[in-house]
Design a protein around this ligand. Structure first.
Ligand code: CMP
Length: 137
């Protein structure tokens, strides 16, 4: 079993799609071991995405992620990291495969409905950024 970190981003939350996305998560066989709704501050978004701080889209990304409530989750499954990335689809919804979450719920490369960790080290950092051990049961 592996854990990954996932976000239902502000665009999908504002559109009322959180319930549908959570239903897909269960249908695909993930166990949700942590879940909370939160409203990230700009500083919290900058800390979360610090690996992207030199990228030209960093300001736009952190403005968007702090623009409204989102849902953060810890997901557990065999190969959870790759499995969740497969379910999300490509970063750009226009390039995401039919049936993926970003294809269905995303609207642009920035407003792409969901986030997921890309590697075990990233998952460890991202999970610990929003959850403490007692919250992951
Ligand atoms: P995410 O998986 O949350 O990780 C970093 C995010 O940066 C990514 O999803 C995209 O939403 C965002 N991103 C990547 N490239 C661009 C871009 N060119 N313009 C705006 N946002 C981007």
């Amino acid at each position: 079993m592996e854990r990954t970190f996932a976000i239902i981003k502000p665009d999908a939350f504002a559109a009322g799609s959180a319930g549908k996305i959570i239903a897909r998560i269960y249908e695909e066989g993930f166990k949700i071991v942590g879940l909370k709704k939160l409203y990230m501050s700009k500083v919290e978004a900058e800390g979360f995405y610090y690996v992207h701080k030199e990228r030209p889209f960093f300001g736009e990304l952190t403005d968007f992620m702090s623009s409204g409530p989102c849902v953060v989750m810890a997901l557990e499954a065999d190969n959870a990291i790759a499995k969740w990335r497969d379910l999300m689809g490509a970063t750009n919804p226009a390039e995401a495969a039919e049936g993926t979450l970003r294809r269905e719920f995303g609207s642009s490369i920035g407003e792409n409905a969901t986030h997921g960790s890309d590697a075990p080290e990233t998952a460890a950092f991202e999970l610990s950024y929003f959850f403490n051990g007692l919250e992951l049961l």
